[in-house]
Design a protein around this ligand. Structure first.
Ligand code: FAD
Length: 343
């Protein structure tokens, strides 16, 4: 007998509220398992030939047409203190936990580590997928392990942070193991004593006058939220999927040549080259605040593609392609899309 309520697998489900770009789409079958057992059962009952997508809150997606097969929206809940020692706490969260609820809870406890990642939309389960990052901090710096269920076998495995192959907006779950695992939970190691990273521009200016031990996670969170709210459109008000392109990394030579022609070029040194600010390139290519039909690049933050209402995935992809083309023609730099294209 099936342990699952049949109603837990919806058919022909509307996804327009499950993606922050508000693109119209439907899922042939949609399941939101709240436990590992429920997830195992959904996977066991699925025909292995049926296609499978995993989504969280849809804040980093371009859903291009209806999703065939099964769409899984892991909904494992709960945040807990796992263990602690004199210096650190280890906390666990289910994949379905809203990321910023986890940040808020840990910061309220006075634990340090997640404050720079405040207000990033999405779920805890999606966070390792692209190694979310903001204001000089990446998830990989605080992640202890990821719990996954293998789609083919239903087997539960843990990957230590070193095994996740984290890089800038990347991990094994996004690259070589794409589609192989469903992330069901994460465990983080956070500091009990404040050691906040306020090296990033807007935080540095704000906290420069304080010794590091006096910079509290709650104050950093408050500042990060204020900066984000002043710069980024709230998807609940203006549909968007955050940064639409990754910041491209070019060679030191290439950056040097560009700097001669474009003295205002914004770039940051990285071990692998110079990371250019994609928003600056887009703005210089004339796309800041410009619309193409119902979609456009945001007027305050050129890196964010917004849906003013009624836009489809075709509109989004046409705009992305026009922006990419113009940036290439002006700078000879290729932009890579950040949100995942489904199916
Ligand atoms: C306004 C705005 C600001 C943003 N700012 C930032 C930022 O500062 N830094 C940053 O890094 N990102 C940012 N993002 C992007 C986005 O918030 C993150 O990528 C987030 O982690 C996506 O979470 P989600 O639950 O919405 O995942 P979705 O968008 O639903 O999915 C994203 C990808 O993760 C996969 N995935 C999701 N859940 C799981 C799971 N449980 N197991 C396996 N795979 C899974 C999906 O298959 C998909 O490929 C922003 C987005 C918006 C809209």
């Amino acid at each position: 007998m099936s342990l699952l309520q049949p109603s837990l697998v919806e058919t022909d489900a509307d996804l327009s509220e499950l993606n922050t770009l508000r693109l119209p789409a439907r899922a042939r079958r949609l399941a939101r398992p709240v436990t590992l057992d429920a997830l195992e059962q959904v996977l066991a009952e699925r025909d292995p030939a049926e296609s499978l997508q995993v989504i969280g809150e849809g804040s980093n997606l371009v859903i291009h047409g209806d999703l065939p097969g099964l769409t899984l929206c892991p909904a494992m809940d709960g945040m807990a203190l796992v263990k602690e020692d004199a210096e650190f706490v280890w906390v666990a969260a289910g994949a379905g936990v809203h990321w910023d609820d986890l940040v808020a809870w840990t910061v309220e406890q006075g634990w340090q580590g997640l404050e720079n990642l405040s207000l990033i939309p999405g779920t805890a389960g999606a966070a390792p997928f692209q190694n979310i990052g903001a204001y000089g901090v990446e998830l990989s710096q605080v992640l202890e392990q990821v719990t996954v269920m293998e789609v083919a076998s239903g087997r539960v495995t843990h990957f230590a942070a070193e095994e996740c192959e984290f890089a800038y907006r990347d991990s094994r779950f996004k690259s070589r193991d794409r589609g192989r695992y469903v992330i069901t939970g994460i465990e983080l190691r956070l500091n009990k004593l404040p050691a906040c990273n306020v090296s990033y521009g807007p935080l540095k200016d704000h906290f420069a006058h304080l010794p590091v031990e006096d910079v509290l996670p709650a104050a950093v969170r408050e500042r990060v939220i204020a900066v984000r709210q002043s710069k980024l459109p709230d998807p609940a008000v203006l549909a968007n999927a955050g940064s639409f392109f990754k910041n491209p990394v070019v060679s030191v030579d290439k950056a040097g040549q560009l700097k001669k022609s474009f003295p205002g070029l914004v770039g940051y040194e990285q071990p692998e080259g110079i990371k250019l600010a994609a928003g600056w390139l887009i703005e210089q290519a004339g796309w800041k605040g410009r619309r193409l039909g119902p979609v456009g690049m945001h007027s305050e933050q050129a890196l964010v593609l917004v849906n003013h209402g009624g836009g489809t995935s075709e509109d989004v992809l046409a705009l992305a392609s026009a922006v990419r083309r113009d940036v290439w023609e002006r700078f000879g730099v290729s932009l890579e899309q950040e949100p995942i294209l489904l199916p």
